[in-house]
Write a protein of this length. Structure first.
Length: 238
């Protein structure tokens, strides 16, 4: 595995920048740009586009207590882009997303009932919440699969802040991060960057495909119909 400092040094060489004696304490403009701008922009971009495995991704279990809103972990970045990202283990089915405040108000105003549960995520980095309709009772357990803010690891503990020059190890693929730093550096400096940008995009696309696992192409086959597909997802109270 490669340390964060080694990734920064390799990227710096490709940018014709001499690496500092310490990346953590470096204050020169080009070192700060590489460490604080281009590295973090690349990490954020990959995490926003790819559902990578643990410890970059994680699951948390929410035990119902009759409330509407529950805290999500402090390292929560976003939900997995998957129909089962929020899964009701009591009903054995996914919880359905509500993306607008208007739809959320509509559900509450009509006091709808039915076979489905709905959720809405609110908040900001470090302080996200998830709300449910209808409210999970004490017998309900909901599993949330999400992408964390983690992108490095130190002595088995994953994190998202570069503080240890010798032991903070990169969780993301080294070459992808290096390419992302280099093309961003070149763009800002007015240097031709398209070749490195295309290399970066190709590696991110391949990484995304690799994380999806085995896929099938089916001809003339339809998915079985469940009772949940027949019963309306919600029924107005009147």
């Amino acid at each position: 595995m490669t340390t964060v400092a080694e990734v920064l040094a390799r990227a710096a060489r490709q940018c014709s920048v001499t690496a500092p004696s310490s990346w953590i304490t470096a204050t020169a403009d080009e070192h700060v740009e590489i460490r604080d701008d281009f590295l973090l922009e690349t990490v954020d971009d990959i995490a926003e586009r790819v559902d990578l495995p643990s410890p970059i991704s994680a699951q948390t279990t929410i035990a119902g207590d009759g409330s509407e809103t529950y805290d999500l972990p402090a390292n929560f970045r976003r939900l997995h882009r998957d129909a089962y990202a929020v899964y009701d283990t009591y009903l054995d089915r996914p919880v359905l997303p509500v993306t607008t405040d208007g739809n959320w108000t509509y559900l509450q105003d009509l006091a709808v009932t039915g076979t489905d549960r709905f959720y809405k995520v609110t908040g900001y980095e470090g302080d996200f919440d998830i709300s449910f309709y209808g409210f999970p009772s004490a017998s309900v357990s909901i599993t949330v699969s999400y992408v964390t803010r983690n992108w490095l690891i130190n002595s088995g503990t994953a994190g998202y802040t570069f503080t240890d020059e010798d032991n903070d190890t990169m969780l993301l693929p080294r070459r992808v991060v290096e390419a992302g730093i280099v093309w961003r550096f070149r763009e800002r400096k007015g240097i031709p960057y398209q070749d490195k940008y295309m290399e970066y995009e190709a590696m991110v696309a391949r990484l995304s495909n690799d994380t999806r696992g085995r896929r099938e192409v089916r001809f003339g086959h339809t998915k079985p119909v469940r009772w949940q597909d027949i019963v309306p997802p919600y029924i107005p109270s009147s």
